[in-house]
Design a protein around this ligand. Structure first.
Ligand code: GLN
Ligand code: ZN
Length: 758
């Protein structure tokens, strides 16, 4: 029996050059077969093993096999046969991709955020009739494939409890609690464990992050009871690999002692967001998550070794690991070029996946020998961190002073807003608008790329943007919308666009991170104090406004969303980071007002995403996140209408915070749930609401009757003088055809409902 080596909990699977993305998309486009896709995935994995071994993961089971063609939750669901009845006629990769993406007639599984990250997983649908049985053995096949290539990897699977705790009932039985199928699913995992043992796997990793969150329907205590029985059962399987039970993404301290006693050989605990319980762990291996798996900062090795010493003091055998899978960070810092003047301190301070693997290898050497053996690496990390802390821009006195001088009054808007805005805007009841972006055409993307390459002059690029804005304005006037937008053509991304214009951010060339399936984002790195270098784009709004007599909304991204979709610094508290961004936005809002903008929208689609997994931390989080939004927006005159937009439908835990944002108008996602969220929020909400009536996630064109029906439903909770008509979200991923047709229907539906509400 081999000992568990130091190891990361998982590794990005998209490929250093996004090879998997390309292969998947070619397959979906019908350009390569399923077999060709499998071959390129296999090639990618073998190259990965070779690279990881080169970075120091040479011991048996130190390379994790956390590969997935699309999503790890879908993989586990497919392995146990938990696929929806509507796909019963499909098998193999057809079934897999139909679950992930739907087909002409059948919708995909719902997609939602994985814990408090920006990664999206697919929500399995399970009921009493779901035929739970071992249905896919890819994980075993991959083990064998690796073994044949000379690597004894460690298969990584989402554990049975987390799989079911994240699942939902089926179409036929939406109220079914998937956890009722835990015994059946455990039976399939027993079979999988035996099959892995037979294939020769010394270790398997089962991820159970469901045990670190209070935000699931099942309670933490209930989940722990179930987990204890489950792992006693799995540990009792006669011929099986040793089990590493991983508890990433948060604090598992209240669960560790019981889980350690179930008979599993090792526990992985997140020591970045959580702690190790004060208990006796002798007889078990603790994989101590001392390396932050979800951020890009180099590890302070001196502190890491202190933590590892503490873990050793519990009697446990200790190895080093990451707090979560490294799937949330880009592959490598190699090849990145940082902005002039910041190259050195940033290069020294950052560690992406490969560099973190290097840190694991270093800590492994220290654990095997002594900390003295890695003294030079520890010292090097310490001095790089110190050099960064001293670097220009990390601490800008002017920003700090402004922050220190803030008072509660800076987060409070004036009263009398409703009347002042009505007088200024003169909008009809149930005004129509959109969320901001219009379709991002290939031409605009190409123009941006050509400009970035230097093939299109700034002057020509700007002329191109103005043309686009003019055509979007003309289209909206023609459709008859009441409140117009400029369309956001100048933005590559709603966060990166601002990151590129603000001080304190660095952007990467190749820092891609999987968002879902083949979709990747390139989060910016927020490393220093934030302030505006210059205006953030008022000119585009004023240009749009100059073309029309109707109001054009100014569009900004809120502080929490900017933080959530970047890699934020960790050397100062997040609330301070949020306030710095808020002050920059506040100045931008001043500029917009001065230029005559009457309506300004500050989007906060990630407000729910960053909600801490621990209930005891909710109040504090909501306090600072709402405070930052208010700091950004409260400089607005009473006659300036502030909008905000949030796009998800799990509002229950944050309803009060939503109201506390104190925006004049709030647009939310509501179409998919058919306005289900409205009755719940209507009570706490005294201001205007725009529940989305068009689900923009599909190219479908909803008819006027459907949109009118949803608006009428909404009137059951919100009076006509507080209701807006708008889509669920921005239209950047839609085409012009469905955009124009649906918006015409939307205007017609609002007119109908308006007339009958008179
Ligand atoms: N204003 C943004 C847009 O329309 C909002 C996007 C979002 O909520 N994710 O694209
Ligand atoms: Zn949205």
């Amino acid at each position: 029996m081999s000992h568990l080596p130091s190891t990361p909990l998982g590794y990005p699977r998209i490929g250093p050059r996004r090879e998997l993305k390309r292969a998947l998309e070619s397959h979906w486009a019908g350009k390569i077969s399923a077999a060709e896709l499998a071959a390129s995935a296999s090639e990618l994995r073998t190259a990965l093993y070779e690279r990881l071994a080169g970075l120091g993961l040479t011991e048996e089971a130190s390379i994790p096999d956390s590969f997935s063609l699309y999503d790890q939750v879908l993989d586990a669901a497919v392995a146990v046969g938990a696929t929806p009845a509507r796909f019963a006629d499909l098998t193999g990769s057809e079934l897999y991709f139909a679950c992930a993406r739907g087909d002409e007639t059948r919708p995909a599984l719902e997609m939602t955020k994985w814990f408090d990250t920006n990664y999206h997983y697919l929500v399995p649908e399970i009921d009493a009739d779901t035929a739970i049985a071992l249905s896919d053995t890819s994980v075993v096949d991959r083990f064998t494939e690796a073994k044949e290539a000379g690597y004894t990897v460690r298969p990584v699977l989402v554990g049975p409890l987390t799989l079911l705790a994240l699942a939902k009932g089926s179409e036929a039985d939406p109220d079914f609690d998937p956890l009722e199928r835990l015994d059946d699913v455990a039976g399939v995992y027993e079979e999988l464990l035996s099959a892995l043992d037979e294939a020769g796997a010394p270790w398997v990793q089962l991820d159970e992050p469901a045990l670190v969150t209070d935000n699931l329907p099942a309670s933490r205590a209930d989940l722990l009871d179930r987990a204890t029985a489950l792992y006693e059962r799995l540990a009792g399987v006669e011929h099986r690999p040793q089990i590493l039970l991983a508890l990433p993404y948060g604090d598992s301290s209240t669960a560790q002692e019981r889980l350690a006693a179930t008979g599993v050989e090792a526990l992985a605990v997140d020591l970045d967001r959580g702690q190790l319980a004060d208990a006796d762990f002798s007889g078990i291996t603790i994989a101590a998550g001392v390396i932050d798996g979800r951020n890009v900062w180099r590890t302070d090795l001196a502190s890491a070794t202190e933590l590892l010493d503490k873990v050793a003091a519990t009697g446990a055998r200790v190895v080093a690991t990451t707090s979560t899978s490294l799937q949330h960070v880009p592959h490598t810092t190699k090849g990145e070029v940082w902005e002039a003047g910041h190259e050195e301190h940033l290069a020294g301070r950052l560690a992406f996946a490969d560099e973190k693997i290097g840190e694991i290898a270093t800590l492994a050497r220290g654990l095997a020998d002594s900390w003295d053996a890695i003294k030079s690496e520890i010292d090097e990390a310490t001095s790089a961190i110190e050099a960064h802390a001293r670097a220009e821009g990390v601490k800008v006195p002017e920003v700090r002073e402004r922050l220190a001088a803030l008072t509660e009054a800076d987060r409070k808007r004036a009263s009398g807003r409703r009347a002042a805005q009505e007088e200024r805007l003169g909008l009809p009841k149930i005004p129509t608008t959109t969320i901001g972006s219009f379709p991002q055409t290939q031409e605009i993307r190409s123009a941006r790329a050509a400009h970035a390459r230097g093939d299109l002059s700034t002057e020509d690029y700007r002329a191109r943007l103005r043309e686009e804005i003019a055509s979007v304005i003309k289209l909206q006037e023609d459709i008859g919308l009441d409140v117009l937008v400029h369309g956001e053509a100048e933005r590559n991304d709603m966060v990166q666009y601002f990151a590129e214009l603000l001080e304190g951010f660095a952007v990467t060339k190749n820092g891609w991170v999987q968002s879902y399936g083949s979709r990747c984002t390139r989060p910016s790195i927020l490393w220093g104090d934030v302030r505006r270098r210059s205006n953030l784009g008022t000119e585009w709004i004023t240009y749009a406004q100059s073309l029309t007599a109707r109001p054009v909304k100014g569009m900004l991204t809120g502080p929490v969303t900017i933080i959530a979709w970047s890699f934020p610094r960790k050397d100062i508290p997040l609330p301070e980071v949020a306030d710095q961004i808020a002050l920059a936005l506040r100045d931008e809002i001043d500029d917009l007002q001065e230029a005559g903008t009457a309506i300004i929208q500050v989007d906060e689609p990630a407000l729910r995403e960053l909600l801490p997994l621990e209930k005891t931390k909710h109040a504090d989080y909501l306090d600072w996140s709402v405070g930052a939004f208010r700091l950004a927006t409260s400089g607005a005159e009473p006659a300036t209408q502030i909008h905000t937009h949030l796009c998800y439908s799990e509002f229950n835990q944050i309803i009060d915070a939503l109201a506390a944002l104190d925006a004049d108008v709030t647009s939310i996602e509501a179409a998919r749930s058919r306005m289900e969220v409205l009755p719940g929020i209507a009570d706490s909400f005294t201001r205007q609401v725009g529940p989305g009536v068009w689900d923009i996630h599909s190219p479908r064109i909803p008819p006027t009757s459907e949109l009118a029906e949803l608006l009428t439903l909404a009137l059951g909770s919100v009076p006509a003088d507080r209701l807006w008509a708008n889509p669920d979200c921005g239209l950047k991923t839609r085409g012009y055809e469905e955009t124009e047709a649906t918006l015409r229907n939307l205007v017609a539906a609002a007119a109908q409902v308006r007339a009958s509400a008179e």
